[in-house]
Ligand binder design. Structure first.
Ligand SMILES: [Cu+2]
Length: 266
């Protein structure tokens, strides 16, 4: 049956749509995103088992013990035994779920022993990144092509714009295999910094500093966006993280520092 539905759907939809048909959250490339994904799957499977058991018993009873077959309904009421069972079993299930969930949350909040601190500030409608140890700071805005195409009556086909609305002028460059502490705040209204593959989604709140950490295990480009409705251009402040090996990152840092000295001298 499932196969028939899939074949039917795939003939109706263009091939691209089927290829992009991702129903689950990404597993991501950081210890926190992987832990969140694994926890999510564990809880999902527990609920699947509970669902199958509960609906299985229900369906079996409805079909095999129906009135038309001559079955009489049970007459017990206020059974202490049954009440204890249906209290204790869910209680144990919840405790069993709470233990791995608490462990994961504690791990996600532990920003100790980080090597780099990146301060992220949300603005209407862009991000500012500050590398606190290296004294590097810059703004990151939506890229020119997306910005032009998004205008009303721009007559530009957005399907032809590469990474439409998901590209920026200055990506955040970060090293792989490094524990990075991220401090989040905002200068005007609430924003939220969210890159799904790096895990976590934290609010950037004016006058308040939120904390999270990442440790990117695979080099690559990771895209995200503001995840807190922050005004008319909320949809137009994407995030791009470029994760590179440590040696390449140090080169990038020294180039930024040289540029800074050069601009100061001029
Ligand atoms: Cu925002």
């Amino acid at each position: 049956m499932k196969i028939i539905i899939f074949v039917l759907l795939s003939t109706l939809m263009p091939a691209v749509v089927v290829a992009d048909w991702e129903t689950n959250m990404p597993r991501g490339v950081t210890p926190t995103s992987i832990a969140a994904y694994d926890l999510h799957m564990l809880i999902f499977y527990i609920t699947v088992v509970i669902g199958i058991l509960v609906f299985g018993v229900m369906l079996y009873s409805i079909i095999h013990h129906r009135k038309s077959k001559g079955y009489q309904a049970a007459t017990f009421h206020e059974s202490t035994k049954v009440e204890i069972i249906w209290t204790v079993i869910p209680f144990l299930i919840l405790i069993g779920m709470a233990i791995p969930a608490t462990k994961t949350l504690i791990m996600m909040e532990d920003t100790r022993n980080s090597e780099i601190t990146l301060k992220v500030t949300g603005y209407q409608w862009m991000w500012k990144y500050e590398y606190l140890e290296d004294d590097i700071a810059f703004f990151s805005k939506i890229d020119k092509d997306s910005n032009k195409a998004r205008r009303l009556n721009s007559s530009i086909d957005v399907n032809k714009v590469e990474h439409y609305l998901r590209n920026v002028d200055n990506p955040v460059v970060l090293p792989t295999n490094t524990k990075i502490r991220i401090l989040l705040t905002a200068s005007d209204v609430l924003h939220a910094w969210w890159v799904p593959e790096l895990g976590g989604k934290k609010d950037a709140i004016p006058g308040y500093i939120n904390e999270m950490w990442i440790d990117i295990k695979e080099p690559g480009i990771y895209r995200g966006q503001c995840a807190e409705l922050c005004g008319k251009d909320h949809a137009f402040m994407p995030i791009v993280v470029k994760a590179v090996p440590k040696s390449e990152y140090h080169k990038w840092v020294s180039i930024q520092k040289d540029n800074r000295i050069a601009t100061k001298e001029n």
